[in-house]
Design a protein around this ligand. Structure first.
Ligand SMILES: [Zn+2]
Ligand SMILES: [Zn+2]
Length: 415
């Protein structure tokens, strides 16, 4: 976990400013859920035997004995909120997005933190292939909107509860007499979550899995048609994609379409910036009625990293002060506080340094800030109810009645 310092804030603000309006244009509404949820939610939705549930969750037990977990991802929480708040009676699909911190006790590496940030979108209550395509299209649009290019959409279909059992059986058959050659983790996966053997990062396992049966060969007609339509949409929208038969995504709740946006020069899913898929059974698993859904999440830490690596020019957002307010003496300090507020209300960007007592050091700050005017209230001015208006470029100054100063500054800033 790390701190995000003031000088980095512009990147984060830039991403949100570029992202949220686009999502809202596409009809997504923002939702915020708690960072802490019942452990049970993630075990049931993400699934036992997944890396997240097995070893990556930050969990705790309250004094009352409740088991809670810092949310490791956003889909389960969003689905829980959808059910708990009776959103199932709203017109469907219900389109939601979230942004915030998530937590996984993962191996730390570049661009990967144990408190990481995601923006995610979910379309709940629509099974059509057009939804999958729209989500992917939107991800593609977003990245180019941010000034980031060079990503491939890796895509696959992992079928549904109708056709996946046959595939899993074939996979089991395939690995059965190779089990000695796989890594220790995969030995566990073989029993607990065999699909995950396909995206193991170990060299030996990767080599082995090359010949493994592919999900697409086991799809029934409905899943096949769904997948075909998604790809046709992407062709039409000119979104570049790669069929990746080994993309399975580690979470239990996925059905049919799964995808990841991965940099062209690095084809490891370790470096994906957006990942998601369809999860038609999740709402049901959590006690709702049969409700198809799909979504993705974008990793902001990696996006910020990419913005820096690619030297994307990001606006500073910091307002540039036009005026510096300097003061000398207690009475002047009080007056300048009132004047500061009057300037703020008039929309004039102003800086001051109330803690300083010497005019000289305050003038130094004013010079450093590059302001156009410095307003000075000294002991004499505070008695006379006047303000010295100093034009920094012309190095001239004049005395203005206090009640006229805001108007005067406004007028001169315009000219
Ligand atoms: Zn199927
Ligand atoms: Zn392995």
């Amino acid at each position: 976990m790390r701190d995000i310092l003031p000088e980095d804030q512009k990147y984060w603000r830039y991403v949100l400013k570029k992202t949220e309006p686009l999502l809202e244009f596409f009809g997504f509404e923002k939702i915020e859920t708690p960072v802490l949820e019942s452990t049970e939610l993630f075990v049931r939705s993400v699934g036992e035997g997944t890396d997240i549930v097995e070893k990556e969750m930050f969990s705790l037990k309250t004094r009352g004995g409740d088991r809670l977990t810092l949310r490791p991802e956003g889909t389960a929480s969003t689905a829980r909120a959808y059910l708990e708040n009776g959103m199932n009676v709203r017109p469907h699909p219900v389109k939601l997005y979230y942004a915030g911190p998530f937590f996984r006790h993962d191996q730390p590496q570049k661009g990967r933190y144990r408190q990481f940030y995601q923006i995610g979108i979910e379309t709940i209550g629509d099974s059509s292939d057009a939804v999958d395509a729209e989500l992917i299209f939107l991800g593609h649009k977003l990245l180019s909107n941010l000034g980031l290019g060079g990503y491939n959409v890796h895509i696959n279909s992992i079928g549904d509860s109708n056709c996946r059992p046959a595939y899993l059986k074939a996979l089991k058959e395939f690995y059965k007499n190779k089990i000695k050659k796989v890594c220790p983790t995969c030995k566990i996966r073989f029993k607990a979550n065999i699909l995950r053997m396909l995206d193991c990062k170990e060299e030996g396992c990767r080599e082995l899995s090359k010949d493994a049966p592919q999900t697409v060969d086991y799809l029934d007609n409905e899943c096949k048609t769904h997948f075909k339509h998604v790809l046709e949409f992407l062709d039409e929208a000119k979104v570049p994609y790669l069929l990746n038969p080994h993309l399975v995504r580690g979470l239990d709740y996925y059905t049919r379409t799964v995808f990841e946006f991965i940099p062209e020069e690095n084809d490891s899913s370790q470096s994906s910036v957006i990942s998601g898929g369809r999860y038609d059974r999740l709402i049901e698993t959590l006690g709702g009625s049969k409700t198809p859904a799909a979504g993705w999440a974008m990793g902001l830490d990696r996006i910020v990293e990419a913005l820096k690596d690619n030297n994307v020019s990001v606006p500073d957002f910091k307002p540039r002060p036009k005026v510096f307010l300097a003061q000398l003496g207690d009475a002047a300090k009080r007056k300048s506080l009132v004047l500061f507020e009057a300037l703020r209300k008039a929309g004039i960007e102003t800086k001051s340094s109330l803690g300083r007592d010497s005019i000289k050091s305050q003038m130094r700050i004013a010079h450093r800030l590059g302001v156009k005017f410095t307003l000075i209230i000294g002991q004499k001015e505070s008695l006379d109810n006047t303000v010295i208006l100093k034009d920094m470029d012309a190095s001239t100054q004049e005395i203005i009645p206090a009640e006229k100063i805001v108007e005067e500054v406004k007028k001169r800033l315009k000219s």
